[in-house]
Design a protein around this ligand. Structure first.
Ligand code: ADP
Ligand code: MG
Length: 765
């Protein structure tokens, strides 16, 4: 059933070649119990390893159950070791970190037998070798003789045809030796047993045939006891297949024996994960805070639409309607070897929002549910004269006094401002003095009102009733026909007291109320929009502005007056009522988006010059902060990623150490028929377990750390009570990242492990 034909095996160490088997030919039959004797170094172990498929012969042939092994591939040898051969070693070669039961099961595990059958078979075998009551112990809790019996049970597990024993009693006392020999003898009844031994007496007593080796040759071969029936079987073609679960279990058990080291490794690996997790949690928290800011606090910041020209670089972004991409006629990231010259200024376009009637009407018909207030800022000239407390008369400085319009929507004004003193303005000639939340007013405002600035404080009652005189253009200017110039009609004092002067009076003092987030009206002197209308109505019916433009044309330019020049001249005289700026105050975040979409609608399909661009202040602010947060996040994640990679490399090194430590185990697994792939899996399983532990630890630590961080931050900034927000999905992804990184770092060590030669692996200690 087993035949060696002129087997030659040579070892090459450095340049020296040693031939251990020099053409061994021998034939064994089933039911034989062969003892191989010979001095040390005669080639006994070599021969046994070749028969067992742990080592390859250089020449000749090994025939097993009528099948030549000449063309055997790796997987055939694996299957052969798994199903045809059972090994018993002098040093038992049990895996110490799994139980006796699991050791016996190992061969069956490797060939993919199901757990119930495996357990049943292992129990039966352990009963047979008399170790039933020890099956849950670890091998190192047993005596030498008992360990060898476990090894015998393991060798028998897959019902092999051949049992190979290399000095099985070599490490045992004589009493145990006899017990082991009895056991092997019993096995040999229906199997071929080939046993290497030094013990001639035992060989004589137990074996049926004795083969003697010397210097790689068989020098003697004799029958000791006659054996009967010589049934020959045919070779069973089989395959082994160990599942990944088994690999996981094996590695898990191994790691359990090195708990502290595994924990330290995982902890080191988790540091990078903690870093990344915390950075991501903080960034998430910050972004959430920014969103809150945008949707709550900043939501009432106005959308600003200005007439003032803006320089826009069309290469950078397109502020026009989102659908309308500007075609530059060139390709981005060209695959070219030349540099193109271009005029950068030509890429910048000055865009002026031209407020046509249709645009004003478009804005005026924004759904009123969406805004608190739309203010149209108009640049209307007003001629005003002030009489100061020292009895002097002068032109009132409107910009110093922050003289501007109150809201169109007085209800909203009343809702957001408190009247501190006096009355809400009713007539167009009533003025309101708006102070800041500290009751302050800028000195320039007070100076413009003509007050005595040697005082620091002013009583409300003294401010109420202050009068200013407004003069319409036709009353304020006179035109000199001869010189062709305009001049002010009279002295300030005379104008102040002239009949045409309109009296404006401070009627009340207002202040933003504490609940209002954003004061739409700045501090200063404010009037109702109706006053603007009165001035504009006059300007429109007055000829003076038209006259002025013609004069300027004749006297200064001697050139045709362009529309733009004419417009600006006329505006100086208050003849144009198109606003210079429109401010839309949305009610909340959603209504702001609705307003923006509505404004975008206007631009759809219009040529670029006619489009109107707006600025969302809140968005600009949050975009800036958000951009900053993303940049910082990327930098910090990059830093933590470095520590992640360093720890992965470290895990790779530790896995390599583990490979070195588990070399023996690799040999045992291979001797039981495990494939290279299975060994590879065992180590992959190990790195996956470590990576998983590191990931979970990292995420757990980061989560735990987020509590003190949140507490600390909320102490410093009251509004922010959850700055670190570790998201469940992020945590999951980080665990996967950790597993992946350690898995990758373990690929090389796992590969090294899988390439180890079985014989060499077994020899290591
Ligand atoms: P035995 O088991 O009879 O003591 P072995 O079969 O182990 O002898 O070894 C036979 C000879 O081959 C010895 O001289 C030994 O030194 C040599 N040998 C065995 N394995 C190797 C190896 N891997 N490399 C080099 N020489 C080896
Ligand atoms: Mg030997």
């Amino acid at each position: 059933m087993l035949e060696l034909k002129r087997i030659i095996k040579a070892y090459t160490a450095q340049e020296f070649t040693f031939t251990a088997l020099k053409g061994v030919s021998v034939k064994f039959e089933r039911n034989e119990f062969v003892s191989i004797l010979g001095p040390s170094g005669s080639g006994k172990t070599t021969m046994l390893n070749i028969i067992g498929g742990l080592d390859r012969y250089d020449d000749g042939d090994l025939i097993i159950n009528n099948k030549s092994t000449e063309l055997f591939k790796d997987k055939d040898w694996d299957a052969y070791r798994s199903h045809t051969i059972g090994f018993i070693f002098q040093s038992y070669n049990l895996i110490m970190h799994i139980s006796v039961m699991e050791n016996v099961e190992l061969g069956m595990t490797i060939c993919g037998m199901n757990p119930t059958d495996r357990r049943q078979k292992a129990t039966e075998l352990l009963r047979r070798v008399g170790l039933e009551q020890h099956m849950h112990k670890r091998p190192n809790q047993l005596s030498g003789g008992q360990m060898q019996r476990v090894a015998i049970a393991r060798a028998l597990a897959n019902d092999p045809d051949i049992i190979l024993a290399d000095e099985p009693t070599g490490a045992l006392d004589s009493k145990s030796s006899v017990q082991i020999m009895e056991l092997i003898k019993e096995i040999s009844k229906d199997k071929l047993v080939i046993m290497v031994t030094h013990n001639k007496e035992l060989a004589e007593v137990y074996s049926t045939r004795i083969v003697e080796l010397l210097d790689g040759h068989i020098v003697r071969d004799r029958k000791n006891i006659e054996t009967e029936d010589k049934i020959t079987r045919n070779y069973r073609e089989t395959r082994t297949s160990m599942s990944f679960n088994q690999a996981l279990k094996l590695s898990f058990n191994n790691l359990k024996t090195k708990k502290l080291r595994t924990l330290i490794t995982a902890f080191a690996g988790s540091i990078g994960i903690i870093g990344v997790a915390l950075v991501l949690a903080l960034s998430r928290g910050l972004n959430a805070e920014i969103d809150t800011l945008e949707t709550t606090t900043l939501s009432e910041y106005p959308i600003v639409i200005s007439q003032i020209p803006r320089t826009i670089n069309i290469n950078q972004h397109n502020p026009f309607s989102p659908e309308q991409e500007i075609d530059l006629g060139i390709e981005r990231f060209p695959d070219a070897t030349e540099v193109y010259a271009f005029d950068e200024r030509a890429q910048n376009i000055d865009h002026t929002n031209v407020f046509t009637d249709s645009y004003i009407n478009h804005v005026k018909s924004i759904n009123p549910d969406h805004f608190h207030e739309i203010s149209f800022v108009k640049a209307v000239a007003m001629n005003i004269i002030v009489n100061n407390v020292f009895g002097e008369y002068s032109t009132f400085n409107r910009s110093q006094a922050r003289f501007g319009e109150l809201l169109n929507n007085m209800e909203y004004f009343e809702a957001t401002y408190d009247m501190l003193y006096g009355e809400i303005p009713e007539s167009p000639y009533d003025l309101v003095l708006v102070v800041d939340e500290f009751n302050r007013l800028d000195e320039r405002i007070l100076t413009a009102l003509g007050l005595d600035m040697s005082f620091d404080t002013f009583q409300f009652e003294d401010l109420i009733g202050i009068e200013l005189k407004l003069l319409l253009n036709d009353d304020y200017y006179i035109f000199d026909d001869i010189e062709g110039v305009f001049s002010v009609a009279d002295t300030s004092e005379n104008l102040y007291y002239s009949e045409a002067a309109i009296t404006l009076q401070i009627a009340g003092i207002a202040r933003i109320n504490p609940e209002t987030e954003i004061g739409i009206v700045g501090s200063g002197l404010k009037h109702l929009p109706e006053l603007t209308d009165i001035v504009l109505d006059h300007a429109r019916t007055s000829e003076i502005a038209i006259l002025q433009s013609q004069v300027n044309y004749n006297v200064l330019n001697r050139q045709p007056v362009t529309e733009t020049v004419k417009m600006s001249l006329m505006r100086n005289f208050g003849a144009v009522d198109t606003p210079t700026q429109i401010l839309i105050y949305p009610r909340d975040f959603d209504s702001k988006n609705a307003v923006k979409a509505y404004l975008d609608d206007f631009n759809r399909g219009l040529p670029r010059e006619e489009q109107i661009i707006y600025t969302d202040l809140a968005e600009t602010i949050t975009d800036t902060i958000g951009g900053l947060v993303s940049t910082v996040t990327i930098v910090l994640v990059a830093f933590s990623a470095i520590s992640l990679i360093v720890s992965s490399i470290m895990i790779g090194i530790i896995t390599y150490i583990s490979v070195l430590e588990r070399t023996k185990e690799i040999g045992i697994l291979r001797s039981l028929g495990a494939r290279k792939k299975d060994i590879y899996r065992v180590f992959n399983a190990e790195t996956i377990i470590v990576g998983f532990t590191a990931g979970v630890m990292g995420v757990a630590f980061a989560y735990a750390l987020s509590f003190p961080i949140n507490l600390l931050v909320s102490r410093i900034i009251q509004e922010v009570n959850q700055i670190a927000r570790l998201n469940f999905i992020t945590a999951g992804i980080l665990v996967i990242v950790s597993i992946t990184l350690t898995y990758i770092s373990g690929l090389i060590p796992a590969n090294i492990a899988s390439r180890k030669k079985p014989v060499e692996a077994l020899r290591s200690d």
